[in-house]
Design a protein. Structure first.
Length: 138
């Protein structure tokens, strides 16, 4: 495949330019599983930032699938994924923080609402228990 690409490049570019190119890298289209891996890495980074604020993050599978669908373009690959994560997860989280919806110990849960739109809420069963050496079990 690489040889075919090099031959095609010779039809468009002069040899002087092609001699300045160190290497040609062929990219294949990303599959759904690869998009999900990239998304999980991005969400893990976001979770790490939220931990510093004392807040957890859970994103439902349907929301992840929505992000992967909207964040992929055949021509541009996964470049749109970062912007889609910002629009669907980070922006609503920021608004919720500014509104005072979360306090340390809460978990932000991103789900699809009844209309199929993503929403951020405090997961009702979220709580953190810290065990220290001074904690007694009675």
């Amino acid at each position: 495949m690489k040889a075919l690409v090099v031959e095609e490049l010779k039809n468009y570019f002069r040899p002087e330019l092609l001699n300045r190119i160190d290497e040609i890298v062929i990219f294949r289209q990303l599959e759904q599983a690869q998009m999900m891996e990239i998304l999980n890495l991005m969400l893990q980074d976001l979770k790490s930032r939220l931990v510093a604020l004392g807040v957890g993050l859970e994103v439902s599978e349907p929301v992840k699938e929505l992000i992967c669908r909207q964040g992929y373009d055949q021509a541009y690959g996964a470049r749109l994924l970062r912007r889609t994560v910002t629009e669907i997860v980070e922006d609503p989280l920021s608004e919720a923080f500014l509104a005072g919806s979360f306090k340390p110990g809460d978990t932000a849960f991103v789900v699809l609402d009844d209309t199929g739109n993503p929403s951020v809420r405090t997961k009702p069963d979220s709580y953190n228990v810290r065990v220290t050496d001074k904690t007694s079990i009675a």
